[in-house]
Each structure stands twice: as C-alpha cells, then as structure tokens.
Ligand binder design. Structure first.
Ligand code: G3P
Length: 215
C-alpha cells in the first residue's frame, strides 16, 4: 500500500517528504481554504515537493465546467490528478477526461456502485471516504474492502485510495483489505511510527551501552 499525504500545508508536506515514504498528495477545497496564497500557486508548489500525483479538485457544477477546469489544472504541473466528485456531471466529465489520458481521482465516493461507475468511466483513482462513512454510522473500511474485491474480480485498473482517514487503525485495516493507497493527515502519519516499546527500547540500549563505558 502506498501512502499519500492528505493536506495542502506546505510545511507538513516538507516534513513528511523527509521521511521518504510519501509518494503523492491529495488536497480538497476545504484543505486549500486553510492555507494562504492563490490556489494555483499552492498546487504548483506542492507538485514540486512530491514525485507522485497531487490531486487538485474542480469546483464546477456542470460536466462542461469540470472538463474546462480540469484541462486548465493539468497544465499547472506534470504530476497532477484532477479530483472530480461522484455526481452525474462528475461521471460524465470523468469519462471525457479519462479518454484523453487525464488522471481523474473520483472523489466523495460513498458506495460500491459509485466506485464501479468510476472504474467503468476510466478513472485512475477512486476515493472512498472512510471516516465520513464511520461518522454516519456505517463501516467505511468495509466499503474499501468491497471495492478492492470487485475491482480484483473484474480486473479493473482503477486504484483505490482509502480517504478521510482519521486514525492509525484505519491505516492498518486499509493495508489489510488491499487498498492501493491510503491518503492520510500528517498527524496520523507521525502516529503510525509511534510505539511505546520502541521508545523504551531506545533509552534502554543507550543506557546499557553507556554503563559498559563506565566499567
Ligand atoms: O481525502 C479526503 C479527506 O480530505 C476528507 O477528510 O476528514 O474531511 O472527512 P475528512
């Protein structure tokens, strides 16, 4: 499973990139609205920090508007994926853009049917929103598992991005059910590495070694 960072914060992306495990970034209009500067400048900056796809979302409501916006967004940098919402207009735009080789991340996905349609439209990625499903009393990771199984069964090439990740348990289950990618907030990334026995072990190794120097 690959890991993307789910943020538009430059400092967080820089810090995460140093760890050498991030291969892409996903943004959305809410994440972008928390940062300073123009949308395009921010996305271009992020694209320069990571090798893999950086998802930037369209805001148009009609298929024509989404296609127009997407065609502009992909000129900003070579490693951009365009996030398009799972609406009828979004599906139409995804079909048009995918045929032209644009990498579409079909987002705000909350059902297997939406994911199936995304794959049939040729989307490069589909983003089931796990945390928001959990919030609504459903099992978000069960959806990720279903999508992975159905895509495998029909040998569909769309990659599943487990999104709206809230905690480290989500990362564990995303890996277990075969999500191709998990896009995670920076705080969750740092927590993935934490284990109290590692901290205790590091201190004990240091103290034991220091003790041998004294004797
Ligand atoms: O990747 C999707 C993500 O940005 C949404 O997360 O926490 O707002 O549900 P959240």
């Amino acid at each position: 499973m690959r890991i993307f960072l789910d943020t538009a914060n430059i400092q967080q992306i820089k810090d995460a990139v140093k760890l050498g495990v991030i291969s892409g970034v996903t943004t959305n209009p809410s994440l972008v609205s928390k940062e300073d500067g123009a949308y395009r400048d921010l996305i271009v900056k992020i694209c320069g920090l990571v090798p893999g796809p950086v998802s930037a979302e369209v805001l148009g409501e009609t298929a024509a508007d989404m296609v127009k916006e997407a065609r502009d967004i992909i000129t900003w940098a070579p490693n951009i994926a365009v996030k398009i919402p799972a609406t009828a207009a979004g599906l139409e735009a995804t079909s048009i853009l995918s045929k032209d080789g644009v990498k579409v991340n079909f987002t705000l996905c909350f059902s297997l049917n939406q994911a199936l349609l995304a794959a049939l439209a040729g989307a490069a990625y589909v983003s089931p929103f796990v945390g928001r499903l959990d919030d609504a009393g459903h099992d978000g990771m069960a959806l990720v598992k279903e999508i992975v199984e159905v895509y495998d069964h029909y040998k569909l090439g769309t990659q599943v991005i487990a999104a709206s990740i809230r905690h480290t348990r989500h990362c564990v289950v995303a890996a277990q059910v075969g999500a191709h990618i998990a896009t995670i907030p920076y705080a969750v990334l740092t927590q993935m590495l934490k284990h109290p026995l590692t901290d205790v072990g590091v201190v004990r190794f240091r103290e034991d070694f220091k003790a041998t120097l004294k004797s």
